[in-house]
Write a protein that binds this ligand. Structure first.
Ligand SMILES: Cc1ncc(COP(=O)(O)O)c(C=O)c1O
Length: 427
C-alpha cells in the first residue's frame, strides 16, 4: 500500500505529476460535478462527438453512398482493429456489433454443443444477471433443461469468485464456462489465465464478460487464450449510452459456424451476391448478424482514439493509483462514519472501481447525488465509485471525500427519501 498524504495540496501535486491529466479537457464534464459512474455510462468526449458528426455528415451528403464512398462498410473491422490492443489480440479476432447480451447469445450458441454426457455450462451466482438469463435460454434453445445443465458455482461470501471453486466444478460433464473478468459489485479481477488453462486441460471452452474491465484493465489474450469474450463499449470505453458491444473470437475457432448467422457475417467478397447459401467469413466479422448501426458506432471511434492515445497500460497504472488513493482517504477519513471497502485491495485482483459499503448506503447515495457526486448504487449496501482515469483527477477524489464528510457530519441523508420508500423503488 502506498503512503499518500491527506491534504488538498498533495492531491494537486498528484495531478501535476499525472501524465493522463491532459485528457480530462477532452470530455464534457458539468461544472462542479464529480462523475464517478464511468463504470456504468462513460462520459461524452469532444472526439466522440466529432466522429459522430462526421458519420452524420457522410449520411447527409452521401445517402446510401455512406457505405462505400463514405468508407463505412467495414467500419466494424476498423473499430475491431482499434480495440484489439486493449486485450492484446489480433485485429481479425475482434469486432463490434449488437449488444453485449446479444453477443453472449451469439457465443453460447456458437460454442455450446451439448451431448447427453456433456452438457453443463459453468457460471457464477454474482455476475450481472443478463448473462445468466441469456445462457439459461440458450440451453433451452439447444433442447436441454437449464435447471440441469446450468452449473452455478456459488460465491463463498456473496461478493467474490474463488477460482479453486470454479476449477473444482470442472467435471467431465462440463463443456463450457462463462465468467466475468471483473465483478460488477466487488470489482474483483479474477485470474482468467488460471481458469482458462485449467478449462482447456479438460477440453472445456471458456469465455469472459469484460464489461467491467475493458478500457481500464489491459488483458493479455495471447497468454490467457480464451475461446471468446464479449463486452460493452459504453462504460470505461465512453462509446455512448447503449453503444454497440465488442466481441472476440479466438482465431483457432474461425472455421466454426456462428450460432446466430446473418448476412453481415457472410464473406465480404460475396455478400452482395445475395446467395441463398451463407458463406461464413472466417474472422471475427463472421459473427456479425445484421446491418451495423453506424450512428451508434461512430462515437466509439473518437472515444477509442483517446483511449489508445493515452495507452491502456498508462490507464491501468493511473487506475490502480487513484483507486488506492481513494481507499487511503476512505480508511483515514470515512471509516469513522460507518463506511467500509468491499473490493479486494491487492492490485492483482482489483478492477477499476471502489466498492464503498455502508449499512445506510441507499439514502447516502441519494445525498451524494444531491451534492453533485454521481455514483452507482448496488443494492443493498454498495456505492460503486469509479474514478475513470481519463477524466477524474486526484483533486476530484479529494473533493468528493470532503463532500462525503460534510454529508455525514450534517446527516444530510436522513432528510432525504425514507429508506423503505427507496427500497421499494430499487426492488
Ligand atoms: C457485466 C455485464 N454483462 C452484461 C451486461 C448487459 O449489457 P447490454 O445491456 O449491453 O446487453 C451488463 C450491463 O451493464 C454488464 O454490466
Amino acid at each position: 500500500m502506498s503512503i499518500f498524504e491527506l491534504t488538498r495540496d498533495y492531491a494537486k501535486q498528484l495531478d501535476k505529476d499525472d501524465k493522463l491529466a491532459k485528457f480530462k479537457e477532452r470530455f464534457y464534464i458539468n461544472e462542479g460535478e464529480i462523475y464517478m459512474d464511468g463504470n456504468s455510462c462513460g462520459l461524452c468526449s469532444i472526439d466522440a462527438e466529432e466522429t459522430l458528426m462526421e458519420a452524420l455528415k457522410a449520411w447527409k451528403k452521401l445517402g446510401i453512398g455512406i457505405w462505400t464512398k463514405g468508407g463505412y462498410f467495414l467500419y466494424q473491422d476498423k473499430l475491431g482493429e482499434m480495440m484489439a490492443p486493449l486485450i492484446n489480440a489480433d485485429s481479425e479476432e475482434v469486432t463490434c456489433g449488437n449488444s453485449t447480451t446479444v453477443n453472449i447469445h451469439q457465443c453460447i450458441l456458437t460454442f455450446y454443443h451439448p451431448t447427453p454426457e456433456r452438457n453443463k455450462i459453468i457460471m457464477d451466482d454474482i455476475n450481472f444477471p443478463s448473462d445468466k438469463y441469456a445462457v439459461y435460454s440458450d440451453i433451452r434453445a439447444k433442447g436441454y433443461d437449464p435447471d440441469e445443465s446450468l452449473k452455478v458455482v456459488k460465491s463463498r461470501d456473496g461478493e467474490n469468485i474463488y477460482e479453486d471453486d470454479i476449477i473444482e466444478a470442472m467435471t467431465d460433464d462440463v463443456c463450457l464456462i462463462l465468467l466475468p473478468a471483473v465483478l460488477y459489485r466487488s470489482a474483483q479481477l479474477i485470474d482468467m489465465e488460471r481458469i482458462s488453462k485449467e478449462a482447456h486441460k479438460k477440453g472445456i471452452y471458456v469465455g469472459f464478460d469484460l464489461c467491467h474491465s475493458i478500457g481500464v484493465v489491459p488483458h493479455n489474450f495471447k497468454q490467457i487464450d480464451p475461446d471468446f469474450a464479449i463486452w460493452c463499449d459504453y462504460k470505461y470505453l465512453n462509446g455512448g449510452p447503449g453503444a454497440i458491444a465488442g466481441l472476440y473470437i479466438n482465431k483457432k475457432h474461425f472455421e466454426m459456424k456462428p450460432g446466430l448467422a446473418g448476412w453481415q457475417g457472410n464473406k465480404k467478397e460475396t455478400q452482395f451476391n445475395l446467395s441463398q447459401e451463407f458463406e461464413h467469413a472466417a474472422y471475427a466479422g463472421g459473427w456479425q448478424i445484421g446491418t451495423q448501426p453506424i450512428l451508434s458506432m461512430a462515437p466509439i471511434e473518437g472515444a477509442l482514439k483517446i483511449t489508445n492515445e493515452a495507452g491502456i497500460e498508462n490507464i491501468r497504472e493511473k487506475s490502480l493509483k487513484i483507486t488506492e488513493y481513494l481507499m487511503f482517504l476512505i480508511d483515514k477519513k470515512l471509516v469513522k462514519y460507518g463506511f467500509g471497502i468491499g473490493n479486494p485491495r491487492e492490485n492483482s485482483s482489483r478492477g477499476g472501481h471502489v466498492a464503498l459499503t455502508h449499512a445506510d448506503a441507499l439514502r447516502i447515495n441519494e445525498a451524494f447525488k444531491a451534492n453533485s457526486i454521481i455514483p452507482d448504487f448496488r443494492y443493498p449496501n454498495v456505492i460503486s465509485l469509479a474514478p475513470a482515469p481519463l477524466y477524474v483527477s486526484y483533486e476530484d477524489v479529494y473533493e468528493m471525500v470532503e463532500r462525503i464528510i460534510k454529508i455525514m457530519e450534517n446527516k444530510e441523508y436522513e432528510n432525504l427519501v425514507n429508506h423503505e420508500e427507496l427500497n421499494s423503488l430499487v426492488k
